[in-house]
Design a protein around this ligand. Structure first.
Ligand code: ADP
Length: 176
């Protein structure tokens, strides 16, 4: 029987590269050639083969997503998505961030991925306000789960304690 939506969403605080899930999502940049933050951590943990596969993809526009293997990561797949750089909210940042979640989940569905973990896309160096990003992330994941049965578990990975608190409060009923 299909699991209830609430059981299919979890919040986990820590390093996304440690997670043994089908796919982790990378908050990449348009070059897909690695960077700082979570992107750097994923490339370091996956090894050089990830960079080689990324090179062959030829970049990714903001709001879209691309999939690669996970190589040395415990996760089988990496879904690379490019979040918007926050510029005050007047430049379609909300729509682009929502697209990141939607396009990543669509790729997951296409590859029959059952467990997927997201970092807090755009809320680091790209400066998207954390609370606003959290609301968008949760809205998109919930509406995806309501429409698709393949995904069994979506994990919001919060590197920062403050983000974990935001997600737990926003999801309601989950212990802090
Ligand atoms: P962006 O450029 O999209 O803002 P960042 O990597 O700078 O990407 O930050 C995105 C989020 O990833 C931030 O919330 C940051 O705290 C978090 N983060 C950084 N390193 C890791 C990691 N190893 N695992 C999970 N999240 C991480």
């Amino acid at each position: 029987m299909e699991k209830e939506r609430k059981e299919r969403i979890e919040v986990w605080q820590g390093d996304i590269t440690k997670l043994r899930v089908d796919a982790i999502v990378n908050a990449a940049n348009t070059s897909l050639l690695g960077g700082g933050g979570v992107d750097g951590a994923i490339h370091r943990a996956a090894g050089r083969e990830l960079l080689e596969e990324c090179r062959r993809l030829g970049g990714c526009p903001t709001g879209e997503a691309r999939i690669t293997h996970g190589y040395k990561l415990p996760a089988e797949w990496v879904i690379h998505t490019v979040g918007p750089v926050w510029s005050g909210g007047e430049g379609d940042e909300d729509v682009l961030l929502a697209s990141c979640y939607r396009n990543s989940l669509a790729l997951a569905e296409k590859h029959q991925i059952k467990t997927i973990a997201f970092p807090c896309i755009s809320t680091g160096v790209y400066g998207f306000p954390a609370e606003r990003a959290c609301q968008i992330a949760i809205r998109e994941v919930k509406s995806f789960l309501d429409a698709h049965a393949t995904a069994e578990k979506v994990t919001f990975v919060c590197f920062l304690e403050s983000d974990a608190g935001l997600y737990r409060r926003a999801l309601g009923g989950l212990p802090e």
